[in-house]
Design a protein around this ligand. Sequence first.
Ligand SMILES: CC(C)(COP(=O)(O)OP(=O)(O)OC[C@H]1O[C@@H](n2cnc3c(N)ncnc32)[C@H](O)[C@@H]1OP(=O)(O)O)[C@@H](O)C(=O)NCCC(=O)NCCS
Length: 317
Amino acid sequence: MRSVVVGFGGALPQKCIKNDELPESLNTSDEWISQRTGIKQRYVISEGESTSTLATEAAKDALRFARISPNDVDLIVVGTTTGDYTFPATACLVQKNLDITNGCPAFDVSAACSGFIYALDVADSFIRMGKAKQALVIGADSFSKILDWNDRSSCVLFGDGAGAVVLKAEENTDKGIQYCKIYADGSYSDFLTTTGGVATTQHAGVVTMRGREVFKFAVEKFCSSFQELLESNDLTIDDVDLIVPHQANVRILNKFVDVLKIDPKKIVVTIDAHSNTSAATIPLALNKIKDSIGTNKNVVLLSMGAGFTWGATLVRM
Ligand SMILES: CC(C)(COP(=O)(O)OP(=O)(O)OC[C@H]1O[C@@H](n2cnc3c(N)ncnc32)[C@H](O)[C@@H]1OP(=O)(O)O)[C@@H](O)C(=O)NCCC(=O)NCCS
């Protein structure tokens, strides 16, 4: 049994802030942000928008693409660390918003920027075990709400958004998820974290990170998890058609490409338009390229995020 990706969707907030529209008090510039990160703009939620509204729009989009009606979904997994509430899970709010009344399981997975790959691995496992047939997998975050808007070294990097895919159980196919491996190393938990949380400060806190160390770690883990994926599947770089990595900094992607001597044309880059939308970067990028992916293509998804967490997935489209 394989999980075949049959739907893609995405949603961004209405408000877009370009680099040169950031507050003057930040003492930053389009030049600094573009050169150091590749980011040109970010979307941020306003009144009436939230992680669950974005997740719902992305889910609707993916279901439309897949031509599946909401009540035929039998699993909802949302990768997020910025849910609307401490509980219920964002996945339950999506279920309510979509009027899904079939009682299917709906839960969130917390792995920061790796949330989507973690959610995908969980949903794929459900499908391969025969516990689900049509799963909605969403990556959604609203980091604008947990940023210190006075800290130029972190607040310029992130934005809000949601992306979704629909996985369908299919037998006797060479398409679908071929490999999914997720990892974590909690000894790095304080390298990228928030200044608070429910059981410590009763508030979510704001993002704080050791930027240079995070950068190095991301390059190292993109390289090692990609190489492990190739070896485990008996593939070479030439067998991979597209790589959709987590979008944290274009220089991280350039370094990854340099170290492994990958053709840069194989790397999907959306950071200029979306910034780092945490768990949403990969499904948003997939949604952006959905019409040009083609069939029988080997697509690799790579993630890294707080925890540290990271992961690599091989999907045959
Ligand atoms: C954050 C990051 C862009 C910083 O780039 P860097 O080249 O390491 O820059 P540094 O932190 O060394 O800062 C260099 C200078 O730029 C300044 N600076 C930082 N942010 C700035 C900004 N937005 N605008 C202008 N100047 C800025 C610093 O104050 C520092 O000034 P100084 O030399 O006078 O002290 C980079 O480390 C990075 O992308 N790390 C990974 C972060 C990430 O992806 N996190 C999420 C992972 S999921």
